[in-house]
Design a protein around this ligand. Structure first.
Ligand code: ADP
Ligand code: MG
Length: 339
């Protein structure tokens, strides 16, 4: 079994080529045509700039997350990397192959798991894989063996001949992953893999993804708007409104905040925040989802001081380590907004 690579020393392929190399990618969607059916649906007569010149590199055998709130451009980038959408500008290379001029070679390197389900639930797991293999030009005993191997990789060998409609949400997602692994790609692309799954199923999917990376050296690139999912990636790109805000390990990103985050529940968060800013002009103070957050270096000392000064306006005060939500807020002034 190959040892997990530490994110601090990311490895490139033997040729020194990044698994994915994204350089200055822009994308502008043309104006949407008004739909005749849904008269009330909002339609834009303006073009939408989804990506504003984004660059990043993903190394071999790392689990790389693209973290951003809904609408930040993650799925647009996902579709560009998977060769389904031509970018308005910039270049993307997968294992050294250009997504525009070498799309076929790029697709051979990629296994793709879309956010929306793509399984036929009236077929068995095995039948779903066989159908998919035919689309890839695979057949016969080679295909059968590849399907068995892919189901084994997500520990579904014993359910191969069961109908997918009898599977839990997490098991269905694992069949999706098996499907994406069928042609033995080097890179697995997943759009929001945990969305819609319960916590146990999320943990299970993660165990499988980590195993694919550790045992087979697969590079995993996923998009997510979920903090707990982002937390588990080796490295993260934080995106906001089509722009890259930061790239680093989750720990390094959190260290940017340098200290603690004090959380306060109050009936009058906004006015309390205004008064606290007088006392702490140098500390970032924000109100998110009706909760006041202040970054500071010596949390416990400041909690005592705040309690003395503002105790009668505080329902609850706590001090904790910064989360990726705090990092996102710190970097963008916006909230990540876990759905
Ligand atoms: P995310 O996956 O981070 O939620 P998307 O890439 O789906 O973000 O969307 C980025 C922006 O592009 C949003 O403003 C979204 O409304 C817009 N957008 C996405 N798809 C289309 C499309 N097909 N046509 C026009 N605008 C789109
Ligand atoms: Mg999306």
């Amino acid at each position: 079994m190959e040892a997990a690579r530490t994110p601090q020393s990311p490895a490139t392929s033997p040729l020194g080529i990044p698994a994915v190399d994204i350089v200055d990618v822009k994308h502008v969607y043309p104006p949407r045509r008004p739909s005749r059916k849904a008269k009330t649906q909002s339609t834009s007569t303006e073009p939408v700039t989804a990506l504003k010149g984004l660059s990043l590199q993903v190394n071999d055998a790392e689990i790389f997350g693209i973290l951003g709130p809904n609408g930040s451009g993650k799925s647009t980038l996902f579709q560009i990397i998977s060769t389904l959408l031509h970018p308005s500008g910039g270049t993307v290379r997968v294992a050294g192959y250009d997504i525009l001029s070498q799309a076929q070679l790029v697709r051979q390197q990629l296994g793709v798991v879309f956010q929306s389900p793509s399984l036929d639930v009236k077929l068995t797991a095995m039948e779903n894989l066989i159908h998919h293999g035919h689309l890839y030009g695979m057949s016969g005993s080679t295909l059968k063996q590849a399907a068995l191997d892919a189901l084994k990789a997500v520990t579904l060998s014993d359910r191969a001949n069961d109908f997918v409609e009898t599977f839990s949400g997490g098991m269905k997602r694992r069949v999706e992953i098996a499907k994406a692994m069928l042609h033995q790609p080097r890179l697995l692309l997943l759009d929001e893999p945990s969305t819609g799954l319960d916590p146990a199923a999320r943990r299970d999917i993660w165990q499988h993804l980590t195993r694919l990376r550790n045992d087979l050296g697969i590079t995993i690139l996923m998009t997510t708007h979920l903090m707990d999912e982002a937390e588990k990636c080796d490295r993260l790109a934080i995106v906001h409104k089509g722009e890259l805000v930061a790239v680093d390990t989750p720990d390094h990103l959190k260290q940017q905040i340098g200290g603690d985050v004090i959380q306060i529940d109050s009936d009058s968060c906004q006015s309390l925040a205004a008064d606290m800013k007088q006392l702490y002009p140098e500390h970032p103070i924000n109100v998110i989802d009706g909760r006041l957050l202040m970054e500071c270096e010596d949390g416990p000392t400041q909690v005592a001081r705040i309690a003395t000064e503002f105790g009668n306006r505080i329902k609850r005060i706590a001090v904790g380590q910064p989360t990726l939500e705090d990092v996102f807020m710190h970097l963008t002034g916006d909230k990540l907004g876990d759905a």
